[in-house]
Design a protein around this ligand. Structure first.
Ligand code: NAP
Length: 194
């Protein structure tokens, strides 16, 4: 996402937890303004137009844990990262997942993977509540499913490469209107059932 935004000339402020390990971000330093709190005001004196809440975790092997054997510490950990840490601020896209959708849950097994899936269902609820609150104030807020993507989380079996997912998501973000506020969007422009 940073690469595509920087390429088209947007000013990008990317944050990460371990800069020394973020080799791809480091390589992009030349084309985007490297995060420094003091620089933010100079770059964006009028604030941000788009905020993507991207961070998310899922534990290995979660997909086989039956719902009644869910580890409560695991549930708290996943919720802390995927839901509680979400902030709110023109366009706010909260990274959701089709795995948080009740409408489509039978496609992926309907009694497994509770922490991640419940956390993404909660991302949807949090997004809609803030969409209801701030959508009337020229903010557009919505949960966004990136597709199944070849990342560390998505794995090598995923059908989508990151550039394709990102360009689809940027298309939705760029073209978001008040009608998008509070909808559950997918990378390909379709809405997703709750
Ligand atoms: N890949 C898929 O198929 C897929 C499908 C649906 C939804 N999603 C969602 O898309 C988003 C991005 O996932 P991804 O596929 O890119 O996963 P990923 O490859 O595992 O990357 C997750 C990112 O989240 C960051 N992160 C995790 N915990 C964090 C925390 N507590 N504070 C700050 N950053 C934290 C990680 O930072 P570090 O590098 O520092 O660990 C990493 O950059 C997530 O919200 C995920 O749930 C992904």
């Amino acid at each position: 996402m940073v690469r595509q935004l920087a390429k088209r000339g947007d000013k990008v402020i990317a944050a990460c937890r371990n800069p020394s390990k973020a080799t791809e971000l480091q390589a992009l330093k030349a084309v985007f303004v490297y995060a420094a709190v003091a620089q933010v005001e100079a770059i964006a004196p009028n604030g941000f137009d788009v905020l993507v809440n991207n961070a998310g975790i899922s534990d290995d092997g979660a997909w086989t844990v039956p719902v009644d054997q869910t580890d409560l510490d695991e549930l708290r950990t996943v919720f802390d990262t995927n839901v509680v840490a979400m902030s709110q601020k023109s366009v706010i896209a909260n990274m959701s997942s089709i795995l948080g959708s009740v409408t489509t849950m039978t496609q992926f097994g309907d009694t497994v993977g509770l922490p991640y899936r419940a956390s993404k269902a909660a991302v949807n609820m949090v997004s809609v509540q803030f969409a209801n609150l701030y959508g009337k104030q020229a903010l557009i807020i919505f949960p966004l499913h990136p597709g199944w993507v070849q990342t560390d989380m998505g794995g090598s079996q995923a059908p989508l490469q990151p550039p394709e997912s990102v360009s689809g998501m940027l298309n939705i973000i760029d073209n978001a209107t008040p009608a998008t506020n509070g909808k559950c969007m997918q990378w390909n422009g379709q809405t997703l059932g709750w």
